[in-house]
Design a protein around this ligand. Structure first.
Ligand code: CA
Length: 352
């Protein structure tokens, strides 16, 4: 206080904010010392190695600001959708599809997850690798795991996983970059997901999600399969209102909590008549769209997407992007399949 007053009197240089924690201060935290002790005891790190490492770890104030305002928590569907469903994201997805067609087909054959779903995740997460994040992962995870009480246990565990992952995979922990939440690479895997579910999909004996799109494609497909993806089953369909009790059946849970038959009794049925069984597990979803409430019936595969990012809006954006990618891809293939003679100019006509 005294210092602040004194600064105000004598010098504008004092206006520069002084960080609460200088670089290296985390190493004094009891929780950091406990992580260091456990990783030394397990012989994952040599004595002293992590103490030296933490001398270079810094609190990141930007991370604390960012986590306080995630888009999923503050936006309605009508605002959220246009962020991700853009023609640019479809075009870039098509280019990525052409470039990695063999890998995407192999991932579908291996894990049962279609190319457009894998691409949609890549598109929503990082624009197909174009934006993998600008935060130093160790700073982000330490800041959230040590100085963000609402979710500290989760991020502290991820910090520990990241330290182990770095050793296992030869990552330089001081030179690995990701999102403000510590998610990394093309698919934005958290460290624990990387360790548990990432795969070496090009057979070079390394798992590299940061620079290797082939490993990223295989890893997303494996993640979906491990979280219950059902090959060939639907994700979600639009619903229409058939009676006025529907409010009682809409759900914000990230899983199927009812069946199509039960939901129909309360007033919501699939818009398109299709052969769904009444016993099909589903949840009814209300989103705030451009014309007020829009209703959906989400199936098991829809909720598998929420295991990737725990948000119904995220899952809906990824699903719709996947559908746009599939439609655009089919249009592209259909156009390419038109025989050359069918577009030749009739004789005597000027060429266009
Ligand atoms: Ca690899």
């Amino acid at each position: 206080m005294l210092k602040t007053f004194f600064c105000a009197l004598i010098s504008s240089a004092c206006l520069k904010p002084v960080p609460v924690h200088a670089v290296g201060e985390f190493r004094q935290y009891e929780e950091v010392q406990a992580i260091i002790a456990s990783l030394e005891q397990e012989k994952i790190y040599a004595p002293g190695e992590l103490t030296t490492l933490f001398e270079q770890v810094a609190r990141d104030e930007g991370v604390l600001k960012a986590i306080a305002r995630p888009a999923e928590g503050t936006k309605e569907w009508k605002e959220y959708r246009p962020i991700f469903l853009t023609s640019e994201r479809v075009e870039k997805g098509l280019a990525f599809w052409r470039e990695h067609e063999e890998t995407l087909n192999r991932a579908e054959a291996t894990y049962g997850v279609p190319p457009e779903m894998i691409l949609a995740i890549l598109g929503v997460e990082t624009k197909y690798g174009g934006n993998k994040g600008r935060n130093r992962v160790i700073d982000a995870l330490a800041t959230l795991g040590l100085d963000y009480p609402p979710r500290a246990p989760f991020f502290r565990k991820e910090l520990r996983e990241f330290l182990i992952l770095s050793k296992e995979n030869g990552l330089d922990p001081l030179n690995t970059w990701g999102s403000y939440a510590g998610a990394m690479g093309y698919p934005q895997f958290m460290p624990s997901s990387w360790r548990r579910l990432a795969v070496d999909f090009d057979g070079d004996k390394k798992i590299d999600l940061i620079n290797n799109p082939v490993d990223a494609i295989g890893s997303i497909a494996n993640y979906f399969k491990a979280n219950g993806w059902k090959t060939g089953e639907p994700l979600a369909v639009r619903a229409r209102i058939i009676n006025q009790e529907y409010d009682s059946v809409t759900s914000k849970e990230l899983k199927t909590v009812s069946t199509l038959g039960e939901i129909a009794k309360k007033g919501l049925v699939p818009r398109e008549t299709a052969s769904f069984m009444a016993t099909t597990p589903a949840s009814a979803i209300r989103l705030q769209g451009d014309n007020g409430g829009e209703f959906w019936l989400g199936f098991t595969n829809f909720y598998v997407i929420t295991t990737y990012n725990r948000s119904i809006l995220y899952a809906m954006a990824a699903m719709q992007l996947s559908q746009e990618l599939r439609a655009a891809r089919e249009a592209e293939l259909a156009a390419a399949a038109i025989p050359a003679e069918s577009v030749t100019v009739p004789e005597g006509q000027p060429a266009p």
